[in-house]
Design a binder for this molecule. Structure first.
Ligand SMILES: CSC[C@H]1O[C@H](OP(=O)(O)O)[C@H](O)[C@@H]1O
Length: 339
């Protein structure tokens, strides 16, 4: 699996996910503006991957600062943090990672500036490596829930492409596959940005994991036909009461799963849990451009050019529709999250 994001030769190297599945192209961001633009344009996306990338953007921005006075350096770095924090509002990992980078600076008050700059690079690298370890642990705990010969429905992309590597929902799939369980994945295409069609299908095929692509409106019929045994999705923010914000369409899958008695799991690292947000209705939901809905990835027109569009990128699944939240520490009932 190619690396989604990495610090390479003093730049932030991203796999440009807008080019997948037909082209594997990398984008070398040499300043934090380029990192922010890549996040906004979904060249890198997925809650953990956004956090890691923003952390590297902070480290990258710090290298270019010329201030020799700590207070001035800190003030200028906080401006960089604000710029990166303004890229996307829903994935809490973005803000968690930026706050973690800020704590590095505060811990190094009084240290030489060059030492702080190095510490920021080290912290961003540590966030990446921790995320990969957490995904593997999520995979281990989640695979215990998967039986041989089961078919798993997933929505959007919560794989290596959405994380530092290995994936959350797809980390569970990978772990079950690596354990020799004969599983199959049904991937919802995930209109309008098609993360399922373009990214999940590509990612699983790279690993030789059986995957079938469906349009989002097919999920209910497959459940009714008994062809789905379990649903596993990712998350962008989990509120203190266990509500989950995830890609638009997730709530529909959860309702259908409940109607058909199918377990519905959310896989996410603890960096996605936001105990400061008391419930899902308080989670900010990103609204994206009308063109994403009116066209097929900005090309073919699918609708009248002037038609009114509503394009929320996420929805919220209430805790009572979620069978369990799979974290790096194990599987937890949503209602027990903040205990
Ligand atoms: C492993 S979290 C992935 C999560 O992020 C996706 O959103 P986007 O592609 O817009 O960044 C989607 O909600 C996934 O479940």
């Amino acid at each position: 699996m190619v690396q989604t994001v990495e610090w390479k030769d003093g730049a932030v190297r991203l796999l440009d996910q807008t080019k997948l599945p037909l082209h594997v192209e990398f984008l070398d961001c040499r300043d934090y503006f380029a990192v922010a633009q890549a996040i906004r344009e979904l060249r890198v996306r997925g809650a953990p991957a956004i956090g890691i990338t923003a952390a590297m953007g902070v480290a990258l921005g710090a290298q270019a600062l010329v201030a020799t006075d700590f207070d001035r350096f800190k003030a200028e770095l906080w401006t960089i943090c604000d710029h990166l924090a303004a890229t996307r509002p829903t994935a809490v990992n973005l803000f968690w990672a930026i706050e973690r980078m800020k704590r590095v600076v505060d811990r190094h008050q009084g240290s030489p500036i060059p030492e702080i700059k190095m510490a920021l690079i080290d912290e961003a690298q540590a966030i990446l490596q921790e995320d990969i370890r957490m995904c593997r642990s999520i995979g281990y705990h989640g695979a215990l829930l998967i039986k041989n010969d089961q078919t798993i429905l997933t929505h959007c992309n919560a794989g290596a492409l959405a994380t530092g590597g290995y994936g959350t929902a797809l980390g569970v799939v990978r772990a079950a596959w690596e354990q020799g369980k004969k599983i199959r994945v049904i991937a919802g295409e995930t209109r309008p940005v098609l993360q399922g069609a373009r990214l999940t299908a590509w990612e699983l095929m790279q690993d030789g994991i059986p995957v079938t692509l469906i349009t989002d409106n097919m999920a209910g019929a497959l459940m009714k036909q008994g062809k789905i045994h379990v649903c596993i999705v990712g998350a962008d923010r989990i509120s203190a009461n266990g509500d989950v914000a995830n890609k638009i369409g997730t709530y529909s899958v959860a309702v259908l799963a409940r109607a058909h008695g199918i377990p519905f799991y959310v896989a996410a690292p603890s960096s996605t849990i936001d105990l400061n947000t008391i419930s899902g209705d308080k989670i900010p939901i990103e609204e994206r451009s009308s063109e994403e809905v009116r066209t097929a990835l900005g090309s073919t027109h699918l609708a009248p050019p002037e038609v009114e569009v509503y394009n929320p990128a996420f929805d919220v699944t209430p805790a009572d529709l979620i069978t369990g939240i799979i974290t790096e520490r194990g599987v937890v009932e949503p209602a027990r999250l903040s205990l």
